[in-house]
Design a protein around this ligand. Structure first.
Ligand SMILES: [Zn+2]
Length: 306
């Protein structure tokens, strides 16, 4: 068991090493509708799940339609009232930051601003890419799973370059849509990777996308075993939740302000994810990251659940 390590240089594909060797699944892809009952449950065949904030079923966290528009979020005073936090408080000196990204693009959408701030303060940052995102275009003749498995890791590399950062990137090569089914594998990888004091950033345990929720759960379990700290990040939560929604942990929420320069580089990094930004005429599938979705994720601040 191990990782596939790669350089961050744009234009270089992920190394062709076999790594974890998990075949791409055709499960729920990033941005696709989350079917009822796809949520994380204890009885998923894993030996590691325990009652650590296990969210139960995602029947009330659907990702379909336009979701809650950013204008609706902005009209809610609760967002502006969230307590501020700095990168130096999120990741104190001499600690590592471990970013666990379910799909290529989550690392930028969730924390592309923070990544720049961590780089500026000299934090050693590791990006664990859990899947290669190869199931985002089911049935497409323009972007097959093999195409996506090549393109999307390159998009992440280009995005890191756009951010001006050089994190160490590890690829777990778990199948897109198959993270929950491979929870033990991800947990074991994290336990190998983590050191006491590490700060682990990953998607919120109840984010609504099964892969996002599984990453949150695996990280929650691993930080407990490794004496590390977990910080969760909402991505699709902004879609299905509503202002003041009791399903989000607002008391744990902190607001990281981004300068104009940092936000601009985050926007440029998002532009690198071309496979997610365009409609697919071969299937009629609209872009996974249309403007109304990006608007929620390109605010001049990022929200973290500490
Ligand atoms: Zn994702």
């Amino acid at each position: 068991m191990g990782f596939v390590s790669e350089t961050h240089a744009p234009g270089h594909a992920a190394k062709g090493a076999s790594g974890m060797g998990v075949t791409a699944g055709m499960g729920v892809a990033d941005g696709m509708t989350v079917a009822s009952g796809m949520g994380i449950g204890i009885g998923s065949g894993t030996g590691v799940a325990s009652a650590i904030g296990t969210p139960g079923h995602a029947h009330d966290r659907h990702i379909d339609g336009c979701g809650t528009l950013d204008a609706t979020w902005q009209a809610w005073p609760g967002l502006a009232a969230l307590l501020p936090i700095s990168a130096a408080v999120l990741v104190p000196a001499h600690r590592r930051a471990i970013i666990v990204a379910p799909h290529p693009d989550d690392e930028v959408l969730a924390c592309g601003g923070l990544l720049q701030l961590l780089h500026a303060q000299g934090t050693h940052t590791v990006l664990l890419a859990v899947t290669d995102g190869d199931a985002s275009h089911p049935g497409s003749t323009l972007l097959t799973p093999a195409d996506l498995g090549r393109h999307r890791p390159r998009e992440t590399a280009a995005a890191m370059h756009a951010l001006g950062i050089t994190p160490h990137i590890l690829r777990a090569r778990i199948g897109d849509g198959q993270v929950l089914a491979n929870l033990d594998q991800l947990h074991n990888l994290l336990v190998q990777l983590l050191q006491p004091g590490d700060v682990v950033f990953t998607t919120f345990r109840q984010d609504g996308h099964p892969d996002h929720e599984a990453c949150g759960l695996a990280a929650a379990l691993a930080v407990r075993a490794c004496h590390a700290t977990l910080v969760e990040m909402p991505v699709w939560s902004w879609h299905w939740a509503t202002p003041g929604d009791h399903r989000l942990p607002w008391r744990r929420a902190r607001r990281l302000q981004l300068s104009d320069d940092i936000l601009q580089r985050k926007q440029q990094a998002v532009e690198c994810f071309q496979t997610q930004l365009n409609d697919d005429p071969s299937t009629g599938q609209p872009a996974i990251l249309p403007p109304h979705v990006l608007q929620r994720l390109l605010r001049p601040y990022e929200i973290y659940f500490i």
